[in-house]
Design a protein around this ligand. Structure first.
Ligand code: GLA
Length: 747
């Protein structure tokens, strides 16, 4: 024994340098290792009726994601889940990966501390569950024991809808300021062999085009840096079909997501060598390092997740059902059909023009008249988009009697009345631009670039927020009963810069969106019942951040019905029909020059909140009669458009037909829409459409609407649900622009 000790001392003498042997130096404070409390290993399961998100808190406090998929009765079995990696910090499927430890992929969170250090390690502290009936909230508290940064991961599980909302609350528990670099809302590790991503791309007048790709091993990102008009090129929504390279409406596992944010967003998809995919979604870190003072908390926007075991159709229905009940202001509430003045009158009108349009709208059975752009500004009259924006007084040369007169006239005809504003923008040629150059978004010393001849007002500035709210408020006071506001926003941010923010320019993109939400919160407190449309050169602000305050959006300035096929199909993947403004316009179409039949235009517009946007007096007598008929029939089934479940039957990307249906919750009524987008000769044309979502045991009377002679020989007859879904429904529809709407009611 003595010999062994002597030997050990000799070895020690050999490896310890002589200086250290003399005086044993204390480890400097910054090099002392802070102990991480060990915890009891545990499973945390977040559940909806059919889905489950499972986390595993390891004994060392690292939190891993084990499962997002079908519901397992006893999730405790995940206790032995094989991570296929160690549990050192940063290894394995981290629930909310941070820059720190062994983690070397895209982080959900990375920060810069006051001393310049960049490492964050978040360990599980505790969690609590609050059961609020259909919504169960799970909050998981995580902590960095070195820096005292805390993150609360919050998951709201909507049981019935199979939707989970997820956000992070990042709190600076330290004594010095912190800079947030990446601060995502949510991160989700998935475990499948293949991931087929469906995402959107587009531009003005071509929004929500669909693209599909099987994800490879490199990083894939969908994002925007446009600031305003954030969804013009991309939408913060996607679907992932798992273990397949083909998109199915009815089969297989699909995970869909959508970020509730109206500004710069970023969603990254990173697949590792073991085919695990990490999805991180949140505010785009681009030029947005955000300061977090000691004691302050940053709450990220919500990320919506849903899982379906029955294809993309069910994923859509989950999100739609959640949106109607929780996600959209006034969701599911039926809003009126309308005539909008824009494409019928543009900037050129008088009181007389408007009154006659109101007469025509009333005669056709429409329920609201909306006065679009052009009604305001005296010194720089808004006779074109070149001037006047910002000067929100009524142009009494066009409407000497005032807005109240026009609104009252509409009301006297039984119509509601709506009006257009674009309060966060300004034309350089306006009194506002001259009075408040400090309110304009601009980079010092540089020319302020124009888009649509206008500039953006700096909504990070509370004074500007007051002004923008004031425009809404004053417009509402132009007449006692304004029922609807179209709230527009017609350009992106360029040369970002804010006088108000001074040296803190990095706050701009985030504070701008918060400023918009501040305005909309005030709008909703004061005007809970006003219908507000979110417009942004068409569909450039279509997201679940804005829909919290807006009833609907203007889907696209492209009103060509054939173009709308793809735009509305893409939109339908994520946003419910009750939010989709769709209007019948004139031909040749003002955007595309195409001529499409009026019936085709009505059948497309009737897929959402129906409106018209043309000069009705230019319609022929037979077109007027058809319009009356289509509007009347729409009112008969529109509760299905606003509240029914969507089943897509045929995709315009994969066939010559776009076809879908809305079904009532009790499956007793349905409306089916069919559009033929190409000519197919009579012999090969005309597809068999297998309906979905019906009750197989019910008998349905099926009837084509808006025609004297139906394209289906069985129109007016009764068929069983199992026949219509299994056997099929065989209308004769094969010409380009042929369309049909069928109404089904159970006997
Ligand atoms: C935008 C909108 C249009 C119309 C015009 C008015 O382009 O998308 O619907 O309101 O502005 O200028």
């Amino acid at each position: 024994m003595k010999r062994i000790l002597l030997l050990a001392a000799a070895v020690l003498l050999a490896v310890v340098p002589s200086a250290a042997r003399k005086t044993k130096k204390a480890t400097p404070k910054e090099h002392q290792v802070v102990a991480i409390p060990q915890i009891e290993k545990q499973v945390i399961a977040i559940e909806t009726s059919n889905s489950q998100l499972v986390f595993l808190a390891q004994p060392n406090g690292v939190l891993h994601t084990c499962h997002y998929g079908s519901k397992i009765a006893d999730p405790k079995q995940f206790m032995d889940y094989n991570l296929r990696q160690g549990t050192d910090y940063g290894k394995g499927p981290m629930a909310y990966p941070t820059q720190g430890g062994a983690y070397a992929n895209e982080p959900a969170l990375s920060v810069r501390y006051a001393d310049g250090s960049r490492n964050t390690e978040l360990y599980y502290v505790s969690h609590q569950v609050k059961d609020k009936g259909n919504v169960v909230t799970t909050e998981i508290l995580m902590k960095d024991y070195v820096t005292s940064l805390e993150v609360k991961l919050v998951y709201d599980a909507y049981r019935k809808e199979d939707v989970i909302l997820s956000h992070a609350e990042i709190a600076n528990g330290g004594k010095t300021p912190v800079e947030l670099i990446d601060y995502a809302s949510s991160s989700l590790y998935l475990d499948a062999d293949k991931y087929l991503l469906t995402s959107t791309y587009g531009d003005w007048s071509a929004e929500m085009q669909i693209e599909r790709e099987v994800l490879g091993h490199n990083l894939k990102v969908i994002e925007t840096k446009r600031g305003t008009q954030a969804t013009q090129w991309n939408n913060p929504s996607f679907m992932l079909s798992l273990n397949t390279d083909s998109f199915s409406e009815t089969d297989g596992e699909v995970i869909a997501g959508s970020l509730c944010w109206s500004g710069n967003f970023r969603i990254s998809f990173e697949k590792n060598v073991a085919h695990r995919l990490n999805v991180i979604a949140g505010i785009n870190p681009f030029s947005s390092e955000y300061p977090l003072a000691p004691g302050a908390t940053f709450v990220t926007p919500d990320m919506i997740w849903t899982w379906s075991g029955q294809g993309a159709g069910q994923a859509t229905r989950n999100i739609h059902a959640w949106a109607r009940r929780y996600g959209v202001y006034g969701g599911g509430q039926i809003t009126p059909t309308l005539l909008n003045s824009w494409e019928g009158a543009y900037f050129t009108f008088t009181t007389e023009t408007l009154l006659r349009m109101i007469d025509d709208a009333a005669a056709m059975g429409l329920e609201m008249f909306v006065l679009d752009d052009g009604w305001f500004a005296m010194d720089y009259p808004r006779d074109s988009d070149k001037q006047g924006l910002g000067d929100w007084e009524v142009n009494t040369r066009k409407i000497p009697e005032g807005i109240d007169y026009v609104a009252s006239y509409a009301h006297s005809k039984g119509l509601k009345f709506g009006i257009w504003i674009e309060p966060e923008m300004v034309n350089p040629k306006s009194n506002l631009a001259q009075a408040h150059p400090d309110w304009v978004v601009r980079s010092p010393g540089r020319e302020i670039l124009q888009a649509r001849n206008q500039w953006v007002l700096d909504l990070t500035n509370p004074e500007v927020q007051d002004f923008v709210f004031g425009i809404f408020d004053n417009t509402m006071s132009l007449a006692p009963n304004i029922d609807y506001i179209k709230f527009d926003s017609n350009r992106p941010i360029m040369s970002m810069g804010s006088d108000y923010l001074g040296a803190e320019q990095n706050r701009f993109y985030v504070d701008y969106v918060q400023g918009l939400y501040n305005v909309m919160r005030r709008v909703r407190e004061k005007y809970p019942d006003t219908i507000v449309q979110c417009c942004s050169s068409g569909g450039s602000r279509v997201d679940y951040g804005s829909l919290k305050y807006f009833n609907e959006y203007w889907t696209s300035d492209d009103t060509d019905a054939m173009e709308r096929v793809k735009i509305q199909y893409g939109t339908s993947l994520f946003y419910p029909a009750c939010t989709m403004g769709s209007h019948v316009s004139d031909v040749p179409n003002h955007q595309t020059g195409n001529v499409t039949p009026l019936k085709f235009r009505f059948d497309i517009a009737a897929a959402g909140r129906l409106g018209m946007e043309l000069q009705p007096k230019n319609l022929s007598e037979s077109d007027r009669a058809l319009a009356d008929r289509c509007i009347r029939s729409y009112k008969g089934f529109r509760d299905l458009v606003f509240n029914g479940d969507l089943y897509r039957l045929s995709s315009p990307y994969e066939s010559d037909y776009y076809a879908f249906m809305y079904v009532s919750e009790d499956r007793s009524r349905a409306v089916v829409y069919l559009y033929s987008t190409n000519y197919l000769n009579r012999a090969i044309g005309s597809k068999t459409f297998r309906l979905q979502g019906l009750d197989p045991a019910k008998q349905y009377k099926i009837e084509e609407l808006n025609v004297d002679k139906s394209c289906f020989a069985g129109s007016g007859s009764v068929y069983s649900g199992d026949y219509l879904m299994g056997g099929g429904f065989t209308p004769q529809i094969f010409k380009t622009f042929a369309s049909a709407v069928f109404y089904l009611e159970a006997r």
